[in-house]
Design a protein around this ligand. Sequence first.
Ligand code: GUN
Length: 294
Amino acid sequence: MPATLIDGKAFAQKVRDRVAESVAALKASHGITPGLAVIIVGHDPASQVYVRNKVRQTAEVGMNSFHFEMDSTVDQKTLIAKVRELNEDPSVNGILVQLPLPKHIDEAAVIEAIDPKKDVDGFHVINSGLLATGGGGMVPCTPLGCLMMLEDHLGDMSGLKAVIVGRSNIVGKPMAQLLLDANCTVTVAHSRTKDLPAEVAAADIIVAAVGRPEMIKGSWIKPGATVIDVGINGIPAPERGDGKTRLVGDVEFAAACNRAGAITPVPGGVGPMTIACLLKNTVTATLKQHNIDA
Ligand code: GUN
């Protein structure tokens, strides 16, 4: 039987609807409008698309959106000074600095300059430390979106074997923490893993976050497993005849559909959930900053 498609687009719409309700309620009860500030440095086309979507969706749920563009030559001091200014601005509840940053800027230093309470990306060491030691901080948006889809599809995940392919600070490592907290037995595989097909074949849950087109083969997947594909890779598409690329994930989708129990498509899976979770995190941050119970 072909795999069930996990519809991230529809799920993200539901999350955004709930966020919009929370924003309206917060305005009515406390006169507070959450504000999200996004800083983009340089002109990377993919980052510009992401940021445009973030800015548009922030406004659509009724929040204030502040958008700052800086030239790729901006120095680290100037960028950090902007972050500090936003830390002090009470109308800004969430701050996001779009990554990657130009090579001459130390990303870690910029992230550490963000007030952890406004770090809606959940990248600050205070937040990654809280996630590793029991929670209570901001949780990175992409892994949070993956977890929500897994919980929605599987319910209780206790005792299930999960393999995460990729060990980035943005996805792989926080995903491992979240699945551990959900009582999964977690393996983090990466480029030096000796027998990746065997690790994948043992898993009930596969989260693919390597950034390599269709690297995880359908034949590796255990029949009935749940597959979350975080990859968004543009590949040549001569069949289109217009010179444009098409998007594929990190999983060989067509073959995986014949083995998996459920799978997220690319596009329309994890991507929309990431922005929805960013908006959700901004509301969470606003409530915490004002000591309002959720
Ligand atoms: N670049 C790619 N994904 C992300 C993300 O989730 N947050 C930020 N700040 N930059 C990114």
